[in-house]
Design a binder for this molecule. Sequence first.
Ligand SMILES: C[S@@+](CC[C@H](N)C(=O)[O-])C[C@H]1O[C@@H](n2cnc3c(N)ncnc32)[C@H](O)[C@@H]1O
Length: 167
Amino acid sequence: MPNRRPDIGFLPTPPEVVDVILDLAGLNQQDLVYDLGCGDGRILIAAAQRFGVRGVGIDIDHDRVQEATHYAQQAGVSHLLTFQQQDLYESQFASATVVILYLLPHLNLKLRPRIFDQLKPGTRIISHDFDMGDWPPEQIVQIPTQEGEVATLYYWTLADAIAEIKA
Ligand SMILES: C[S@@+](CC[C@H](N)C(=O)[O-])C[C@H]1O[C@@H](n2cnc3c(N)ncnc32)[C@H](O)[C@@H]1O
């Protein structure tokens, strides 16, 4: 059980941005979606409700994991989702076909080597608001939020080339 503080506090992705994340991911029922730093589980719960996909949420904060588990039960999708209290930097997510992130720039960069090490070519990665340094995204999508701000989504597909570089 991790006993260190979260690297970033809980800041939920607004529902209108969740919708665009799920559309951008192009989900199908074979997908396994990981949310690394899943907060209250809202992205995975919406994915399971809309697309019937399976998901794994990892959060270092016990209260968030409890909350996410509870909300998934309430939403009737707990058979599709698992929430684990874990440090995402020590987690195994190699079975993911889609990875969702809402962290910070330096946290994305710290995670990048693990993404290249663990994930299979073809895995889609979507990061809310922050890029991955010199790894250029395939798509950038901007969404006006109901709070009058603009959310930015960065989308990558893990290429064979990167899988070869890491080998
Ligand atoms: C900005 S919130 C995003 C929540 C959710 N993904 C969303 O978009 O609504 C970041 C989450 O990451 C979690 N977190 C921070 N550091 C972490 C770490 N090292 N391992 C796992 N979770 C972490 C926090 O507890 C928080 O719930």
